[in-house]
Design a protein around this ligand. Structure first.
Ligand code: GLY
Ligand code: MN
Ligand code: MN
Length: 430
């Protein structure tokens, strides 16, 4: 880990929140992610499952957390199982958590080695009537692989067919969606690292630079600021590439007269930042580019005002659609007839703005959250309207990360990152 230790109080609090929602005499299990293989002996760098991380701070593979608040055995109210460390592992892989370190990280007193899991878990299950399992209920999750958690659930159901199962996911979505102040500090830090990257680019970008050179600048800046790197695969899309929403090739040359769409964010301590800025390759927007830019900026500014307690996200997205419709009319991209003929499920504005405006952000970039309840203070959302005009080789999206506040306007974690077209131009021509 490159980040500073977070302090166990956060995890003690997070577990208390989860346990509050559990039925009596039930236990809950959370697994680490697998280390995913490539081929031969190569693996993809480990990414901890965000739920066990949120509840324990344990950022290590092959870990299991069991919460059993009603256990008659005081020592089994919360238990961590960890891969046993050894001198051999220390030599080849570096230090893994000792039982003492695991307590320091998580605040969990009972730590067993993983090989004790079958015996200890059997004891706990004999006492419990129901078990919470952690399925992935994110609506956009699209995984073909069976995760370590999925494998565990299959085995659990076969080994313990008489237990009732319950879902952890709705509880996790609820508690993870409202951030603690320490989490907001970590997210602010991730945004600050992203800011350093963007500022560095403003004096680097010029005609002839390659998209991957921009990616390299950002990677260098993020890593030297103690980030593990990009929070998600970066989109560095010049000219018409910006109209491909998930363009991640980043292998084209940036041409004089084009605009580059940068959807890039650093992670810090596993928390994401998610930013989009659009930068003219030669340092000046054309009049048309600026008009489209300002239309998107207007929608963003107005949309952000709606991110206040009580807003329903479905209503919010409808409102933003109307804001966008107005701007597209002004730009001459759609007309009144298009609006008259539009279908309710596919309004005319979607021809140029075909994605959502906001998503929850936190430990996951597209974080879990409560989509069907009024939004609350402490929730963090992106705001990211865009206009994509393939026939003009131009795509503009602007994106910041905002904290909903108890009163007043949301707090913009990216408020110091240049946004106005004129400010970007000035920084490119000091
Ligand atoms: N970077 C992914 C998104 O903006 O949602
Ligand atoms: Mn983004
Ligand atoms: Mn986003």
């Amino acid at each position: 880990m490159k980040y500073d230790r977070i302090g166990k109080q956060l995890y003690i609090q997070n577990r208390a929140k989860f346990v509050q929602h559990m039925d009596s005499n039930s236990l809950a299990v959370f697994n680490s992610n697998d280390i995913y293989p490539v081929s031969a002996d190569s693996t993809i760098p480990f990414q901890q499952h965000r739920d066990i991380l949120y509840l324990s701070g344990v950022d290590q593979e092959e870990s299991i957390l069991v919460l059993f608040p009603d256990s008659k055995n005081e020592a089994h109210k919360e238990v961590l199982f960890l891969k046993e460390t050894s001198e051999l592992i220390a030599v080849w892989e570096g230090e893994k958590l000792t039982k003492e370190n695991a307590f320091e990280v998580s605040g969990i007193k009972t730590v067993y080695w993983l090989n004790q899991f079958p015996v200890m878990f059997k004891q706990m299950m004999a006492e419990a009537t129901a078990v919470y399992v952690n399925t992935n209920e994110h609506l956009r999750a699209n995984t073909e692989v069976q995760t370590r958690e999925d494998r565990f659930i299959v085995k659990l159901k076969s080994d313990y067919p008489a237990h009732t199962t319950r879902k952890s996911a709705p509880i996790m979505h609820r508690i993870r969606s409202v951030k603690e102040s320490i989490e907001l500090e970590l997210m602010q830090k991730a945004c600050k690292i992203t800011e350093s990257g963007i500022r560095r680019l403003l004096s680097f970008i010029q005609p002839g630079v390659w998209e991957y050179e921009i990616e390299a600048e950002l990677a260098h800046e993020f890593l030297r600021k103690r980030s593990n790197g990009f929070a998600y695969t970066p989109i560095i899309a010049s000219g018409k590439n910006a109209c491909v929403l998930h363009y991640i090739e980043n292998n084209q040359i940036c041409l004089d007269g084009d605009v580059i769409l940068l959807d890039v964010g650093a992670e810090y301590a596993n928390y994401s930042s998610d930013l989009t800025r659009c930068i003219p390759v030669n340092g000046r927007f054309t009049e048309r580019q600026r008009n489209v830019y300002n239309a998107v900026l207007h929608v963003k500014t107005e949309a952000e005002k709606l991110l206040v307690p009580g807003t329903m996200m479905a209503e919010y997205h409808k409102e933003v659609g109307l804001l966008m419709e107005n701007q597209l009319l002004g730009l001459g991209l759609i007309d009144k007839t298009d609006i008259k003929n539009q279908k309710a499920e596919w309004p005319a504005y979607k021809k140029y703005f075909m994605h959502g405006t906001s998503h929850f952000i936190g430990l996951d970039t597209h974080d879990v959250g409560l989509w069907n309840e009024p939004i609350q203070a402490g929730m963090v959302f992106t705001c990211e309207p865009g206009i994509y005009i393939p026939e003009e080789g131009l795509g503009i999206r602007l994106e910041d990360d905002l904290v909903v506040q108890a009163s007043g306007q949301p707090f913009n974690l990216m408020k110091d990152i240049p946004l106005e077209a004129a400010e970007i131009e000035d920084l490119m021509h000091p």
